[in-house]
Write a protein that binds this ligand. Structure first.
Ligand code: NDP
Length: 239
């Protein structure tokens, strides 16, 4: 087997996930980047593009099987795929709530469960969930999204207690407002309001998230687990 680790990043065809997958490729790892409705060619060069829908257990299983065939058991999972369906509480629907929870939380759970099978056998593994500042800081109109992201913290901590003795770490990276399609969708006035609240005075860049994820997956971070690492320009004050 060539150098590097077997890495799987979900939602790797754009935004934060794409930058994370590219960082692992640049580090010499063997990377599977998943996409759902997008185009495989948008997954970074050097990564194997595999279609997967994280709300579908069979699809997640197939993506991991493909990764295992190509690169060996997944040693690093980055559960990045996520959606928002924002609405003020009184206008929120059951369908939107269920969809957000099923993708952001259910998807991360499906991927972690599938990844853990191989990691337990290997007696090592790194699981990184992409949370959000909103999960701990709150945000009006984002009850479903905030709940889904806050829950990742509990999940990472439960996993840490369950699998920590097997050489597996589980952490949450909590980005603040990062320049991506998700934040481009905010109106200019919303963007201004948010920027004023951020001590750094600016939105972050996708590479600033990728660097922290790469660190948490590195040997240097082997004793960090159950942690929430904010990357938010100070917005959450470390939570
Ligand atoms: P994007 O909307 O740019 O990309 C999201 C990715 O997730 C896409 O590849 C998308 O695929 C994929 N995805 C969505 N639903 C599913 C699904 N059911 N199965 C598989 N893949 C799916 O998001 P960002 O890059 O902005 O965000 C990435 C992560 O970071 C998310 O978890 C987000 O919540 C989090 N985050 C982002 C912040 C930001 O400021 N951008 C701030 C804090 C957290 P498709 O194209 O098919 O929809």
């Amino acid at each position: 087997m060539p150098e590097g680790r077997s890495v799987l990043v979900t939602g790797a065809d754009r935004g934060i996930g794409r930058a994370i997958a590219a960082a692992f490729v640049a580090a010499g790892d063997r990377v599977v980047g998943t996409y759902r409705t997008g185009r495989p060619e948008d997954v970074p060069e050097g990564a194997l593009a595999v279609q997967a829908d994280v709300t579908d257990t069979t699809s997640v299983d197939a993506a991991f099987t493909r990764a295992e065939e190509a690169h060996g058991p997944v040693e690093v999972l980055v559960a990045n795929a996520g959606v928002t369906r924002d609405a003020l509480l009184l206008r929120a629907t059951d369908d939107d709530f269920a969809a957000v929870l099923d993708t952001n939380l259910g998807g991360a759970h499906r991927c972690a469960r599938r990844a853990a099978k191989g990691m337990v056998r290997l007696k090592r593994g790194r699981i990184v969930f992409i949370g959000s500042v909103v999960g701990l800081y709150g945000s009006p109109g984002q009850t479903s999204y905030a709940a889904s992201k806050a829950a990742l913290v509990g999940m990472a901590r439960a996993l840490t207690r369950e699998l920590g003795g097997r050489g597996i770490t589980a952490n949450v990276v909590a980005p603040g407002y990062i320049h991506t399609a998700m934040t481009d969708a905010l109106s200019e006035s919303q963007q201004e309001v948010y920027q004023k609240a951020i001590p750094a005075g600016r939105f972050g860049e996708v590479d600033e998230i990728a660097g922290v994820v790469a660190f948490l997956a590195s040997d240097a971070a082997g004793y960090i687990s159950g942690a929430v690492v904010p990357v938010d320009g100070g917005l959450g004050m470390g939570h």
